[in-house]
Design a binder for this molecule. Structure first.
Ligand code: CP
Length: 303
């Protein structure tokens, strides 16, 4: 079946065989480096970012351009939404101009599903509130696959799990692929209901790090908090920050972070900028994974 013509709201929309196909296509593109393709020539892709982004928006734009597609960036602040036009009419208007695929980021969970009510074109979720970030999960999993060749690994994801769409999508996808996943941090950030994802919960980050092949840090999402989760940023760093002393407790200390990072809060530069850091590889892989997704969903022919 594959993912041709499909939406991507979260990783649940994918079978393991789809993930394999995406990884193989991403690997194919990566082998060819910065080569440009014409497989999506004549296709129009529209990104709608109602929330800030650097990595996701630019990598989708680069991915579309490298495949020969036309890419349009919808800017909410200068659109007719400001004149009171509804979201429904906005999407219907874009559709009437012939958009073949939408990429949407929004602070409200479920926005991509709502968008789909007004269009027949595929919709990719580029992050909806605290709910899901499936393309980040795919690029994180791809980075692990590239390094280890399989998912027989232990990973601990440390930080603001409560407010993290990345933690939710990563946990689901990595579990589906067979990884041993622990979510760790202070109790206020890692409530016990996360066990429903089939992962381990830990409030002892040093023990979790010592048992893991990969340590993933997550940003403390100051913009999604009303306070009261921890006393001060300095104390958060002292008790839960990822530093070189803690990383030396790991078996094979690969550090990952979806970005953006709060340096000196959830991670120290001695780790984020070290040889064990895969942060920039994650960003590089994000372009190739998004190329693979766009190519497969829109039915491009690349080889
Ligand atoms: N990881 C991630 O989603 O980063 P951006 O917010 O910069 O897109």
């Amino acid at each position: 079946m594959g993912i041709r013509g499909k939406d991507l709201f979260d990783v649940d929309d994918l079978e393991a065989s789809d993930v394999k196909e995406i990884f193989e296509r991403a690997q194919f593109f990566k082998r060819h480096g910065l080569q440009k393709w014409t497989s999506l020539k004549g296709k129009s892709i529209c990104t709608l970012f109602f929330e800030s982004s650097t990595r996701t928006r630019i990598s989708f734009e680069l991915a579309a351009k490298r495949l020969g597609a036309d890419i349009i960036n919808f800017t909410a602040s200068t659109s007719s939404l400001n004149k009171g036009e509804s979201f429904k009419d906005t999407v219907k208007t874009l559709d009437a101009m012939g958009i073949d695929l939408y990429v949407i980021r929004h602070s409200e969970p479920g926005s991509p599903v709502m968008m789909k009510k007004y269009t027949n074109s595929p919709v990719i979720n580029a992050g909806d509130g605290v709910h899901a970030h499936p393309t980040q999960a795919l690029l994180d999993a791809y980075t692990i696959w590239e390094k280890f060749g399989n998912f027989n690994i232990k990973i601990v994801i440390i930080g603001d799990i409560l407010h993290s769409r990345v933690a939710r999508s990563d946990a689901k996808l990595l579990k589906m692929l067979g990884a041993d996943v622990t979510l760790a941090g202070p109790e206020s950030f890692v409530p016990s209901y996360f066990e429903n994802y089939g992962v381990r919960i830990s409030h002892n980050i040093e023990k979790s790090i010592s048992e893991s092949d990969i340590v993933m840090g997550l940003r403390v999402q100051l913009e999604r908090q009303s306070g009261g989760f921890f006393p001060t940023l300095d104390e958060y760093n002292e008790f839960y920050g990822i530093n070189s002393k803690r990383m030396k407790m790991a078996k094979n200390p690969i550090f990952m972070h979806p970005g953006p990072m709060n340096r000196g809060v959830e991670v120290m530069e001695e780790v984020s900028d070290s040889d064990s850091s895969a942060v920039e590889e994650q960003v590089t892989n994000g372009v190739f994974v998004r190329m693979a997704l766009l190519d497969l969903i829109l039915g491009g022919v690349t080889n």
